[in-house]
Design a protein around this ligand. Structure first.
Ligand code: UFG
Length: 325
């Protein structure tokens, strides 16, 4: 199949490109390289361009015959979205509208969208299923929910088929160590824990220890990047036979606190990890854990990395060989 991967130079997108190419698909990567990495693009054709440039999108679709589009391009930092919502609405909503317009103009009907647990806002139940109220508490989550709503209307009006996959906490790296997670600045917990071990003078901060959780630190559901990518493959197969619009939560269904993650990283690395306590980060819900029953039933998806140590071990191996920017 000919597949367009928008944001294929980013963390999750690059893993997706590698997996698709490994299965024999022809992959085109559209990325503006603002947060993605050119050297992560090794398995497809890179077209450098921006979703805010409709002419570039038109040129991209002309002369190619995509069967489906996977859309990973987004601004994804909660705090930045609060400070600069215009940037988020432009990139994440207007950019996606431009992409959907190009798909319609060129007769491409299958769309797989990288959504987020951030669409749910503060949890009202222990495990978040698809029926959980969708009340985002920051502009980032609002942009993801808006796109999901747009996809509902586009299905009704234009017959566009889509699956929105709501990621919980993406983690880990390519198990053979060719690609991994690298953001600038890095805000995510697992890379920051490992950075504190590998970069001289870097100390880990734990944001808050008074949350209503077992040890007072925030609990998250860490899901291996390859498991996320496999869900995209299954979503693609699913859309071949299903004409609707779907939203599916993706996590392991198990929560780990920040201190659990630190302890697991100590086991994996065989080293002690020291940290300092810092004030809570604004907009952090205490607990976010997925109920993934629907992903199992509808997509036949089953995560393979269910052990947090194993997830961290893939990230540790990659960071040890690649270092930090
Ligand atoms: N944390 C630290 N120290 C760090 C980094 C993070 O204590 O150096 C804490 C955070 O405060 C949070 C937990 O570790 O409590 C996890 O933080 P991450 O930044 O790794 O992940 P988030 O849960 O904040 O973010 C994830 C996705 C985002 C998405 C968000 C929605 O990565 O893209 O969920 O809630 F927007």
């Amino acid at each position: 199949m000919d597949i367009l991967v928008c944001g294929g130079a980013g963390y999750i997108g690059a893993h997706m490109v590698k997996m698709l190419a490994g299965l024999g698909h022809r992959v085109t990567i559209f990325d503006n390289l603002t947060t993605g990495h050119r050297d992560a693009v090794r398995w497809g054709e890179l077209v450098k361009g921006d979703l805010l440039d409709p002419a570039a999108l038109d040129a991209l679709f002309k002369g190619r015959c995509f069967e489906a589009v996977m859309h990973f391009s987004a601004k994804s930092l909660v705090a930045e979205s609060v400070a600069d919502p215009a940037l988020y609405y432009a990139n994440n909503v207007t950019g996606t509208l431009n992409l959907l317009a190009a798909m319609r103009a060129h007769g491409v009907e299958k769309f797989i969208f990288s959504s987020s647990a951030a669409i749910f806002g503060n949890p009202v139940q222990e495990f978040i299923d698809e029926g959980h109220p969708k009340r985002p508490i920051n502009p980032y989550g609002a942009t993801k929910l808006m796109v999901e709503e747009i996809l509902g209307h586009y299905q009704q009006a234009y017959g566009m088929r889509s699956v929105s996959l709501r990621y919980f906490n993406a983690a880990g790296a390519d198990p053979v160590g060719e690609i991994g997670e690298s953001h600038q600045p890095e805000t995510h917990l697992i890379p920051n824990v490992l950075r504190s071990l590998l970069v001289e003078g870097e100390s880990l901060k734990v944001f808050g220890n008074k949350y209503p959780t077992t040890d007072g630190t925030c609990v998250r559901d860490y899901i291996h990047v390859e498991d996320l990518c496999r869900a995209h493959l299954l979503a693609l197969e699913f859309l071949a036979d299903n004409l609707g619009v779907y939203g599916v939560n993706l996590g392991n269904g198990v929560g780990f606190s920040i201190l659990d993650v630190i302890r697991a990283a100590e086991v994996v690395s065989g080293r002690n990890i020291s940290y300092t306590l810092a004030p809570p980060r604004s907009g952090d819900p205490a607990t976010l854990v997925a109920d993934c029953t629907l992903a199992r039933k509808q997509l036949g998806w089953e995560p393979r990395y269910t052990d947090i140590n194993e997830i961290i071990a893939t990230a540790w191996a990659w960071h040890q060989s690649s270092g930090f920017d």
